[in-house]
Design a protein around this ligand. Structure first.
Ligand code: SAM
Length: 482
């Protein structure tokens, strides 16, 4: 474990290559050690305590061992525990969001991304504030309340002032009954000062994908531009937290490097955040590399199949039990449906990955970032979720109540989520159904809301929620939330 130190603020010490390699070797040696695997599975299982659910989580070594194990019976157990943990902490709720692409100008040379500087195939576009407004109206008309804004890295075209202006515009649009209540931000690594500005602008989660934790590969995959600097990129979450952003979202772009290496790095990153800041990642995203303009995923050797992808997702759930796991429309309906049973808690719906794509009728668009596999409308996704027993949640209450960082985690850990998040999900779902739901969606949805209200354990909370649901149906709106 030379130089490995989760408390260090230096990338190469908290994501230590030597420790990852030792972890992978140890996992390989022990992958048939059933007694050890059973012990780890036992540790991962959720336990009901007087204060609510408790989950120990797993170390990067333990989780890597589960990922290495290929005994079918054990894999089934991993899947089962992943689902149990998801249900214990998040119930059957699934948070819904959409990405909003602001600008595809980019000065980096990322070899897997169509925004790379040398790609002359895509037209470059940056939304004006009027266009941002139009996009937000289109998103509100679909029913969205939570966005993740996306932009390439370009200090001239997309400086922090531009991003801040867009956030202000997004929060200012109130079209019919619509509003965007949480703006998450996925922009390039930046300075503490800029993170402070983003915090002051009222962002939700700051999301930054590591792409790969393997330093050498990272440098090859990002040959030019500011993103080339591995340490600056890897230490971004520490700067974000120093700048006062409580909720940060990690992610790896699967397909770039060997998945076992990435997985160990990802869990170590989560351990590092917990060790230094006392709170782990608010979310973890699991994107897979996709075909895009000037990008052929077959040129990369490390693509993973659906089974491996499912196992990775389930192992993340066991290792980091309180985190939100996000799956985007990069994945098909079928893959998304499967992962929803293995720990995923947030999905995007009705997404457009082009700059200005929501206000345009037709697709595909020439500025699309990558191929979207799940092309269903938000209403179709909402109905599909409900038909499969999940409650689509448009809730953003935690963020607006100041329940971020460790305060959100303690809500999770004390089990108050059932009296708080469950009614909030049902009230926001009702808002969606009344304002935007198709006829069939309304039918399925109102039945679900009625059934699910009965499950709110605290009778007082249940009564208030039921009254609020009635009020929403009768167009008597207030800012409902627990
Ligand atoms: N520019 C920001 C940065 O550097 O982190 C983030 C914005 S970028 C629009 C969001 C993410 O898209 C990237 O972090 C990358 O993981 C992902 N991405 C890039 N090319 C992709 C591709 N071909 N397929 C799937 N995802 C891709």
């Amino acid at each position: 474990m030379a130089n490995y130190n989760p408390k260090s603020l230096k990338a190469e010490e908290f994501i230590n290559d030597g420790e990852i390699l030792q972890t992978l070797a140890w996992a390989e040696e022990n992958k048939n050690n059933v007694a050890l695997i059973d012990e780890i599975l036992e540790k991962a299982r959720p336990r009901k305590t007087e204060k609510g659910w408790h989950c120990a989580g797993l170390t990067h070594r333990e989780a890597s061992l589960l990922l290495a194990c290929d005994i079918p019976e054990k894999i089934e157990q991993i899947y089962k525990i992943a689902e149990e943990i998801k249900l214990a902490f998040y119930g059957n709720r699934i948070v819904i969001f959409a990405p909003l692409y602001l600008s595809n100008y980019c000065v980096n040379g990322c070899v897997y991304c169509p925004y790379h500087l040398k790609n002359k195939e895509i037209p470059r576009k940056k939304l004006t504030q009027e266009e941002v407004r139009r996009e937000v109206i289109a998103l509100q008309d679909m029913g969205h309340k939570r966005l993740a804004i996306e932009a390439g890295e370009d200090p001239v075209n997309n400086p922090i002032e531009y991003i801040l202006e867009c956030i202000k515009t997004i929060y200012s649009v109130h079209h019919k009954n619509g509003d965007i209540r949480r703006v998450n931000v996925n922009i390039a690594a930046t300075t503490v000062e800029n993170y402070r500005k983003l915090r002051d602008a009222g962002i939700g989660t700051y999301i930054l994908f590591q792409e790969t934790y393997h330093k050498e590969s990272y440098e090859k995959l990002h040959p030019t531009g500011p993103k080339h600097d591995y340490a600056y990129h890897t230490e971004a979450m520490d700067r974000a937290m120093e700048g006062g952003i409580d909720d940060v979202g990690l992610g790896v772009l699967f397909g770039l490097e060997l998945y076992k290496y990435e997985f160990a790095g990802l869990i170590m990153h989560a351990e590092h955040l917990e060790a230094v800041h006392g709170v782990g990642p608010h979310t973890i995203s699991v994107p897979r590399l996709k075909r895009a303009s000037d990008i052929d995923p077959d040129q990369f050797d490390n693509g993973i199949d659906d089974d491996t992808f499912a196992k990775i997702t389930a192992c993340i759930r066991l290792a980091v039990p309180y985190t939100g796991i996000i799956i985007s429309t990069r994945e098909s309906e079928q893959v998304r449906g499967r992962l929803l049973r293995l720990g995923v808690s947030q999905v995007s719906g009705g997404s457009r990955t082009s700059v200005g794509g929501y206000a345009e009728e037709e697709r595909p668009h020439d500025t699309e970032q990558f191929d979207v596999s799940d092309q269903r409308s938000l209403d179709e996704v909402v109905r599909w979720l409900m038909e499969n027993g999940h409650i689509p949640s448009f809730c953003t209450a935690c963020y607006r109540e100041g329940r971020t960082g460790d305060r959100f985690m303690s809500l999770c850990k004390t089990g108050q989520i059932a009296n708080c998040c469950h009614p909030n999900a049902l009230m926001t779902l009702t808002e969606y159904l009344v304002d935007y739901g198709g006829e069939e969606t309304k039918k399925v949805g109102f039945e679900m809301v009625e059934r699910e209200l009965e499950k709110v354990p605290n009778l007082k909370a249940r009564g208030i929620a039921a009254q609020n649901v009635e009020d929403i149906k009768n167009s008597n709106r207030r800012d409902f939330r627990f």
